[in-house]
Every structure is written in C-alpha cells, then in structure tokens.
Ligand binder design. Structure first.
Ligand code: AQP
Length: 333
C-alpha cells in the first residue's frame, strides 16, 4: 500500500544543504513512488513564530516553492501549498492545544534552543509551534512524515497528541498516529564552522552553510574555509570519533554521492584535507548548481509559482475540510 506523506519547510530564507539532504532530497524520492500520496507544505504560519519582514516573507514563500520544484518535486504528482491558505491548520491547532499538556511542551528542546536565554520574550507561537505541526500532519491522516533528525521530538509529541485525542474522545484510530521517516545516516548536517551545531538558516555567518542559491565560487570558497582539524583524513570510521568536522564533511560527500560514510572515508583515507575538499566542492557544485539555476529561472515567473500554490491550496482544502468537520463534531461543536 502507498504511503500518505506530509512534510513542511519554513519559508524563512537561506534554504541550505542541510534542508536539502535532511528533508527535500527525501521528499523527491517519495514523490517519485507512484503509489504514494504526497503533500509538501510551505509552513508560513510556523515562520512567523519569529519576527519576519512581510515583503521578505512573501519572497521566501515563493522561493521555497521554487526550491521544491527545482529539486524535483512534481506539482502534478504532489500537493504543494502554503499553510496559511488553509484555515483549518490554525483552527485544529487551537483544538489540539487544549489536548496537549504543558509538561509535554516544556520538554521540547528546540524551543529551549531557539528561545535562548530570554524565554520571557519568546513568542507564545514559538512555544506552541509543535502543536501547530501536529495539526498540519493530523489533518491529512498522514502515515509518514519525512523530516530531519532535529524534528524527531516534535513528531513524537504529535503521536502523543493524536493518541490522547483518540482516548479522550473515545474515537479509536480517528487521528492517525504517523511514523517518522528519518534517514539512518546524514539526517543532521552540521555547520561548516562548528561541527557541534546544526547547519541552520538563522546562523548569522553565511560561511556556516551552503545555500541552495549559492553560485560556484561561493560553494568553493565556503568549502575551502570550512573548519577541519590538523590531522590527515581519517583512515576508517573508528578514526572519525571526536572529529566532528571531518565526519560532517565526509557525511555530506557520502549523502550527495549516494554512498556510505564507510566507503567515502576509505576513499580519502590518509589524504590531505585540501585534496578531499577539492573533490567535495566539485561534487556539491555538480549537484547543487543545477538546482540553484532552476530556482533562479523559476523565480522569474511569480505567476507560475503562485498558480502552483493556488492549485495546492484548493486540493489541500478539500481534504482538510472533511477532517475538520469530523473533528468539530467529535469535540461537540
Ligand atoms: N542541518 C540540518 N540537517 C538535516 N536536516 C535539517 N533540516 C533543517 N536543518 C537541517 C530539516 O529541514 C526541514 C525543514 O526545516 P525548517 O525550515 O522547517 O526548519 P528548521 O529545522 O528550523 O530549519 P533551520 O535551517 O534550522 O532553520 P532555523 O535556522 O530557522 O532554525 C525539516 O525536516 C528539518 O528537519
């Protein structure tokens, strides 16, 4: 039986190699399985949990759609839409926020990381973000959710919320409990400047990430400047222990090359980092530049991108409106 897939990406600009290898590359593979029903959402409601410039947000929504399409997601096969276009997401998020428990949300590590030291000043939306994410997924009866490793905890919360709703209202199996689809390897791509931090859009230093819109020179320069250690390249996987930057760069190489960390480590065993970096930038350029060029081409035609979203909103609304009608009946509205 085919899978019902749902996943989202925030339109917060600077989509990077981590988003691509951790999520979007996986979306494309799932989109290519004929029996799968895929929904890929530009989660603009999530984006505003931190301050956004409205003009930039609009631009970033279109850029995210362009990135989906340029990476190989076919809007004829998969539904691509923006979250704010379907009001049911916000409505169901409210209902589910009355099911979710404070204690559960208090455990979410992403809030702690994103809110930083001054939690008092973080938006309520940033705190309750995982409840909205649960609404996104549960509205479409998604069976599988492809995400990067950083979203694993939010997905577990979504499963807890679904189970509690079903128990509280005595509606066994009404909200479908989804399975995460997290790749075994390379599910967390780290910063090029610090192998202990994930590659992130909001990191101030642009040198910390490869953006999907970077040109060849930028890619080569960023890999050249990527942090390494003074030792020669590791001889085998065991030798990678404690060498976070080497492990990350080899992981990027292996993931883009569709090979294993083991074989990529063996390929460069004992060589200098400069030799490896040369091959790594060549590989990134070969894989990313065609996507980057396609994104730029697609961004020249806003009306085409807007029509993809409009079509997606229409299709998503049809599914969501049936589910929310049943949810409201169950709750007693
Ligand atoms: N470094 C990463 N490695 C692997 N996967 C990643 N993802 C994000 N960063 C990495 C995955 O990409 C998908 C979309 O993420 P998102 O844009 O919705 O939000 P995020 O996880 O908050 O992304 P960023 O880049 O880290 O943004 P900021 O800097 O705003 O926090 C998700 O499936 C995510 O797992």
């Amino acid at each position: 039986m085919g899978k019902k897939i749902f996943s989202g990406v925030q339109p917060t600009g600077n989509l990077h190699l981590g988003n691509y290898l951790g999520a979007i590359k996986n979306f494309v593979e799932l989109n290519n399985v004929p029996t799968n029903e895929c929904i890929f959402c530009v989660v603009d409601l999530h984006a505003i949990t931190v301050k956004q410039d409205p003009k930039e947000l609009k631009k970033n929504i279109r850029e995210t759609v362009a990135t989906f399409v340029a990476s190989g997601i076919d809007p004829k096969k998969s539904i691509i839409f923006n979250q704010s276009g379907v009001a049911a997401h916000s409505e169901v998020a409210w209902i589910l926020s009355c099911v979710a428990r404070m204690g559960w949300l208090n455990r979410m590590t992403q809030f702690k990381e994103k809110a930083g030291k001054d939690k008092e000043k973080a938006s309520i939306g940033l705190y309750s973000y995982p409840v909205l994410m649960a609404a996104d997924i549960l509205l479409y009866d998604a069976t599988h959710v492809p995400v990067g490793d950083d979203q694993k905890q939010h997905l577990e919360l979504c499963r807890d919320i679904a189970q509690k709703f079903n128990n509280d209202f005595g509606v066994e199996d009404f909200l479908k409990v989804p399975e995460p689809l997290i790749q075994k390897e390379f599910s967390r791509i780290m910063s090029l400047k610090d192998g202990s931090k994930k590659m992130s859009k909001s990191e101030i230093s642009d040198l910390s990430r490869i953006n999907l819109t970077d040109n060849e020179d930028q890619i080569i320069n960023k890999i050249k400047k990527a942090k390494t250690d003074p030792l020669p390249m590791p001889k085998n996987i065991k030798d990678l222990e404690g060498r976070l930057e080497a492990q990350n760069l080899l992981g990027i190489f292996a993931s883009l090359n569709n090979s294993t960390l083991e074989s990529s480590t063996e390929k460069f065993a004992g060589k200098n980092f400069s030799e490896f970096k040369h091959e790594l930038s060549e590989l990134i350029v070969n894989k990313i530049i065609p996507i980057s060029e396609e994104i730029k081409k697609l961004l020249n035609d806003y009306s085409h991108l807007d029509s993809i979203l409009l079509d997606g909103v229409e299709k998503a609304s049809k599914i969501a409106s049936k589910k929310i009608k049943n949810i409201k009946e169950i709750v007693g509205f």
